[in-house]
Write a protein that binds this ligand. Structure first.
Ligand SMILES: [Zn+2]
Length: 222
């Protein structure tokens, strides 16, 4: 068993997915592996040939990592970790948070970067928590627009800052490796809340800092 699978087993009870995250009980590992065998046959290959014998088990373990966000509550996580702001009243910005997610339409990888800014009211979180926040939402079946809004709203609810801005840029392998086959295309989404939405100055400061002003304007922030 690899290290990550062990970590996931320790951190997340497999029988307790997030509310609304599953329809009915979670299937057993054997059922999951059988489903992978079915997909291999559907792809026209033989799941019993030597090279594929261990694949269903490996795919099940990979799913534990890729979709571990279904077993975590980012709000509870952030709530435990805030610190007093001690007079700091400028934007807190973390940019280029790389993430890997999967689109909910094709279960194909979405690879990208998130940029998060907020104007604290009276609490801040450690930067590693912002990375974890992105990871929790990325490690679910996603739509980029939804993920962008979820990260922003979670920070907004827990920290109650004056404003939050989240910009996500990503490439979608369902577009680059199939369908329209356009590897050069990346998608940019943004969610601006509070003063990031109402004050152009704050928003522009954030967008200038992440160097994406033009791209986000094209996507119509307002
Ligand atoms: Zn897709």
């Amino acid at each position: 068993m690899d290290k990550i699978a062990k970590l996931n087993q320790r951190a997340k009870p497999p029988s307790a997915p997030r509310v609304g995250g599953t329809a009915g009980a979670r299937p057993s590992r054997t059922e999951a592996e059988d489903a992978v065998r079915t997909l291999i046959r559907w792809a026209g290959d033989n799941p019993d040939r030597e090279g594929l014998v261990g694949t269903p088990a490996r795919v099940a373990r990979a799913y534990e990592e890729w979709f571990s966000g279904n077993f975590e509550n980012p709000q509870e996580y952030l709530q435990r970790t805030f610190e007093e702001v001690a007079g700091y009243d400028e934007i807190v910005l973390l940019r280029d948070i790389r993430f890997e997610s999967h689109c909910e339409h094709h279960m194909a990888p979405i690879i990208g970067r998130a940029h998060i800014g907020y104007l604290p009211r009276d609490r801040v979180v450690g930067i590693s928590k912002l990375v974890r926040l992105v990871d929790v939402y990325a490690r679910r079946l996603q739509v980029q627009e939804k993920m962008t809004a979820e990260v922003a709203k979670c920070l907004n609810v827990v920290l109650k800052p004056f404003g939050v801005g989240v910009v996500v840029e990503a490439t979608h392998e369902c577009m680059t490796t199939r369908g329209v086959h356009r590897p050069e295309v990346s998608m940019v989404t943004s969610c601006m809340l509070g003063s990031f939405r109402t004050h152009a100055e704050t928003r522009n400061e954030f967008l200038a800092a992440i160097n994406l002003k033009g791209a986000v304007r094209r996507n119509n922030v307002d």
